[in-house]
Design a protein around this ligand. Structure first.
Ligand code: ATP
Ligand code: MG
Length: 367
């Protein structure tokens, strides 16, 4: 008997709950259609609502259970009205990221037909790139989990930009493996190191390690861009990019730019991968302005579900999960191609459930 594949499911707050339900419905349907072993869900209560009720931001054994699962799926967490007495936000997912060393933040940026396109150039239809954001150190190192940098009286403040060899080697290897997998599916086979190596020691070090790793992957091309030039390129010719690997804060900024390029936050999927763990979530927040109204675009969550299936395929060696991942991606693509997906986020008339139904119908009708 094969062992079960378990998913730690953290719905969270606001639209996180709605889009998680949508994504898991689609994931389950695809796995079943692909003839795969059904996923087993282990639900973990967490978030701002849970904090209000209990004083805890995640269930007592929630972090451990999340770590024991084959993958973690997270909706979104936090509500502006709920804060700790010291004013900080409710963010147990940042502890998960730290605890399980989820250093590789994968943010796909892909154009779909009939979805909003910000660039007039017809080549923009071919945008299909990945922003790979280091997610545990860089300039965020001194924020969030490790406490802030330092404030000296009222005259000066400092933060730390920390780049370690261990994490950077893993990150760059991840980038080249990702480009290799994408090349097998028709991708460009290129990794661009995005940095500011002309100004910072830390960034020169980041690039030096990139140069050490690149020769291990002779089938994959590599080049470099300073982050400011890369920002310009993401507007001028984003179709030229494949995998862009970068430090934490640069990735934070450029991934929002990427999301904006291809529609909006409702299209922005995200995976956070470590050595032994993977967490999957839409890149957007809880969107309190539209929560509970069936207005959220579930596609970011659904596409994050596809990333999770791909990860499960690698982790378990079960081809059915890879097949299911392809089915979900293809269903979204086919729905847009047939001009049948019109989320309210883009001014259309389809709420969360209607978009989900259309994706399910595309999975059903795929040959
Ligand atoms: P966070 O701090 O968690 O990143 P945020 O303040 O950046 O959150 P989001 O919750 O990501 O804000 O969303 C910003 C706005 O974008 C929302 O208020 C909402 O109007 C819109 N939005 C975000 N996600 C979606 C979605 N899936 N569908 C439709 N609209 C969305
Ligand atoms: Mg945000």
């Amino acid at each position: 008997m094969t062992r079960q594949t378990t998913i730690a499911l953290i719905r969270g707050d606001g639209i996180g709950v709605e889009v998680t339900d949508a994504a898991m419905e689609v994931v389950n349907a695809a796995v079943s259609r692909a003839g795969g072993q059904a996923l087993v869900f282990s639900e973990i209560a967490a978030g701002a609502g849970y904090f209000q009720q209990t004083g805890l931001d995640i269930e007592q054994d929630g972090e451990e259970r999340a770590g024991d699962a084959d993958a973690i799926f997270l909706g979104a967490i936090g509500l502006p009205s709920v804060r700790r007495p010291d004013g900080t936000e409710i963010a147990p997912h940042l502890r998960l990221r730290d605890r399980y060393g989820l250093y590789a933040g994968v943010r796909p940026v892909k154009a779909y037909p009939n979805a909003p396109q910000r660039l007039a150039d017809p080549r923009a239809a071919a945008i299909d790139l990945i922003i790979l954001r280091e997610s545990t150190e860089g300039l965020f190192y001194s924020a969030a989990v490790h406490g802030r940098g330092e404030v000296i009286g009222d005259s000066e403040a400092r933060d730390i930009l920390r780049i370690t060899r261990t994490t950077t080697e893993k990150l760059h290897n991840f980038a080249f493996r990702l480009a290799t997998r994408r090349k097998d599916r028709g991708g460009q086979g290129k990794v661009t190191c995005v940095d500011k190596a002309n100004v910072f020691n830390s960034m020169a070090f980041f690039r030096k390690i990139f140069d050490e790793i690149a020769p291990k992957y002779p089938d994959i091309a590599h080049d470099y861009a300073y982050v400011d030039a890369q920002a310009l390129n993401l507007i001028r010719q984003p179709w030229e990019s494949d995998v862009l690997v970068m430090e934490n804060m640069f990735g934070d900024i450029l991934s929002d730019l990427g999301g904006g390029l291809v529609g909006g936050m409702g299209m922005a999927a995200c995976a956070e991968i470590g050595d032994e763990h993977g967490l999957f979530q839409p890149a957007h927040g809880t969107a309190p302005d539209i929560m509970g109204q069936d207005k959220a675009n579930p596609l970011a969550a659904i596409l994050s579900g596809a990333l999770m299936l791909d990860y499960l395929a690698e982790r378990t060696g079960l081809d059915a999960y890879a097949e299911a991942a392809r089915m979900v991606d293809d269903a979204v693509q086919a729905g847009f191609e047939a001009n049948r997906i019109h989320p309210m986020e883009f001014g259309g008339n389809m709420g969360t459930k209607a978009v989900t139904r259309e994706v399910l119908a595309q999975i059903d009708s795929a040959s």
